[in-house]
Design a protein around this ligand. Sequence first.
Ligand SMILES: Cc1cc2nc3c(=O)[nH]c(=O)nc-3n(C[C@H](O)[C@H](O)[C@H](O)COP(=O)(O)O)c2cc1C
Length: 350
Amino acid sequence: MNQRLLPGFKLGNHTIDVPLVLAPMAGITDLPFRKVCKPFGVGLVVTEMIASRAIDKSIKVGRERTERMAELDDGEHPASIQIAGSDSGYVADAARWAVDHGADFVDINMGCPVKKICKQTAGSAMLKDEKLVARVIEAVVSAVEVPVTLKIRTGWDEPSKNVANIARIAEQCGIQMLTVHGRTRAQMFQGHANWEDIGIAKDAVSIPVIGNGDVVDGESAKEMIRISNCDGVMVGRAVQGNPWVLGEVYAALMGLAQPAPPTPEQRWAIVIEHMRHLADHHGVRSASKLARKHVIWYSKGLRGSADFRSHFQVMPDWQQMLDFAETYFLGLSEHDTGEMQHSSETVVAD
Ligand SMILES: Cc1cc2nc3c(=O)[nH]c(=O)nc-3n(C[C@H](O)[C@H](O)[C@H](O)COP(=O)(O)O)c2cc1C
């Protein structure tokens, strides 16, 4: 018998059987990447954050980019659309719009550390104002029938850390699942996520708590669960260019043996699938830009990657990019690809 580490949980009418969540990452976890990631055992996907003001514009005049960000594939459900904003009216409208666009859950972002967002007292800046937190959650919960979930950091900064308070307010106001990235806003992406602080949130509430921050493989997922007693694990940056890490975390959660690293053929199958999805979803022009970022991540740590990167990132033509990538990835041997590097790069979005 395999010993599962986590049993999963109910979220409204849905069961999250495998509590492995793909982190929302702006500019990264669009529909094409989520389609690539889901089969590795992901139990719940979340769209990139969509600002409630952008949604308002889309409702009024139609914005192709915003509509595309909310697009969900049939195979993704149950899935969550993440919204952000601090004006209860806009956020409630945004939540209704998300449900109209097929969201099974609406996730509210109160973790984004980006200056532009925090200046409008949205994202992680909201954590400084607990009354505002309650107001926005209540507005969203009363606007929609589906479960509303919340993603937070542990506070604004170390002296004002209020993860337990926020967790309790969230539960009292009707939040049904809470994700905690174990850093304050002041920490941005520095140092290591504090998994004990995720445990503080877990102790404060009885709704499921998802732990997030610095999970890079099966072992780190197990360690986060041991320290925080969280009900699920969310993985973000480690998945960039390495969706196989999700298979490792899945195996750890399910008590299965760790999967073998991908062969060059398996790696190429994922790269080409991802590139095709990018072209279908965004059109070739935008796909070329996005593929530069993703495909270069896929090559990270592999033999000849520096040389590949320098040529690939200046290629003007989509077909040329496909051909060049195929030659590179299929030219690798098992030995060249056996050891992937896990990444937890420092970036400034959230
Ligand atoms: C490029 C980038 C974009 C992000 N965008 C979002 C976002 O749109 N919404 C959100 O809640 N978190 C966002 N995050 C934060 C991640 O969801 C996650 O909380 C954070 O990266 C820590 O987890 P990790 O150590 O597994 O990466 C973003 C992170 C990165 C690196």
